[in-house]
Design a protein around this ligand. Structure first.
Ligand SMILES: C[S@@+](CC[C@H](N)C(=O)[O-])C[C@H]1O[C@@H](n2cnc3c(N)ncnc32)[C@H](O)[C@@H]1O
Length: 317
């Protein structure tokens, strides 16, 4: 019978040889999955023996990872914003950098509820997550708002063009007990019948098509539809920006995750929108500009004279 330490050592060597850049971490996660224990427990008990069944499961996981499959697909789940999401080849694995979008979405939605007195009968704050994938953004936001007792005052719509992704998102919503609070709709960007949103959230595909072949092999297991943003990566994002004048209410705000080098192109696309818009691109924790805030000015309609993307005041940055 092998010990945890021995299996981690041999697994790490195998995964290094197969090209994993996080071989030790992958081995720890896969062994934890095989044993049915948290990674922290695995690390803390290197001398413990591992049973034959668990070792066989670990071997299966190692082989799949050696072939390039992401650890999250092998384990069948991924942590995002402190929640475990079921993941498989139907949708993109939620990434840690998208947690910034969720945190900002909670701030913006809560601000809309708190900032002005809301008389009885006031309509719900309408939020849409465009390109919901596994449902990570909409479900994490719903969970946060529920904790703050704000969920009943918010209506959440989650949209994806992929019916497979929507099935997974629905399963995750059931798993996190928010299925009754989110409407799931299959559509290309925004459903035709839906408009007048207070908040539009989107982590749409933004990888330039030509860069996809250079991504780690793990990305080849994820749906191309979730990654491919066309020649400069912004085909789908630009189409969503062009839809905002119809979709967003005055003072409505869109939060869009983008590539670190796409801020200038996004600002130019916003500047071309009819009406008055403000935009700025927020840096993530590592200082890279990754989250575009696009806000419609109060009273700005499609026919308004003032147009342009203006610099956000310093306090908003
Ligand atoms: C980068 S993934 C993000 C998934 C999820 N929001 C997340 O953050 O983990 C992009 C998602 O957008 C969806 N998508 C791509 N084009 C779309 C379109 N035109 N309309 C709606 N959804 C689209 C894909 O199917 C995919 O689920």
């Amino acid at each position: 019978m092998s010990t945890i330490g021995e299996l981690l050592a041999s697994g790490t060597v195998r995964l290094q040889r197969s090209g994993s850049e996080s071989a030790r971490l992958d081995a720890e996660l896969l062994l934890g999955w095989a044993i049915g224990a948290e990674r922290t427990a695995v690390i803390a008990h290197l001398e413990a023996s591992v049973g034959a069944d668990a070792e066989a499961t670990y071997e299966t996981g190692l082989a799949r990872r050696e072939a390039g499959e992401p650890v999250a697909y092998v384990r069948g789940y991924k942590e995002f914003y402190g929640l475990a999401f079921s993941v498989d080849a139907r949708a993109l694995i939620p990434r840690p950098e998208t947690e910034l979008l969720v945190a900002e979405a909670e701030r913006v939605a809560a601000h809309k509820l708190i900032s002005a007195p809301r008389p009885a009968g006031t309509p719900q704050v309408r939020v849409v997550d465009v390109g919901t994938g596994s449902g990570a953004i909409a479900i994490a936001l719903a969970s946060l708002l529920r904790r703050r007792r704000m969920l009943p005052e918010v209506s959440l719509l989650a949209v994806d063009v992929s019916s497979d992704a929507l099935d997974l998102a629905r399963e995750n919503a059931v798993g996190h007990a928010v299925a009754d609070s989110i409407a799931f709709v299959q559509a290309d960007l925004l459903p035709a019948a839906e408009s007048a949103f207070d908040v539009v959230l989107a982590n749409l595909p933004y990888i330039p098509a030509g860069d996809i072949a250079t991504l780690p092999v793990a990305a080849s297991f994820e749906p191309r539809l979730a990654l491919d943003g066309g020649p400069d990566g912004l085909d789908v994002v630009r189409r969503l920006l062009a839809a905002l004048p119809e979709a967003l209410l005055p003072e409505g705000e869109a939060l869009l995750e983008i590539g670190y080098d796409q801020g200038t192109a996004v600002e130019a696309a916003v500047a071309a929108l009819p009406g008055e818009w403000h935009c700025h691109v927020q840096a993530d924790l590592s200082g890279r500009p990754r989250l575009a805030h696009v806000k419609r000015a109060a009273g700005s309609g499609v026919g308004s004279a003032a147009a342009g993307c203006v610099a956000a005041p310093e306090r908003d940055r």
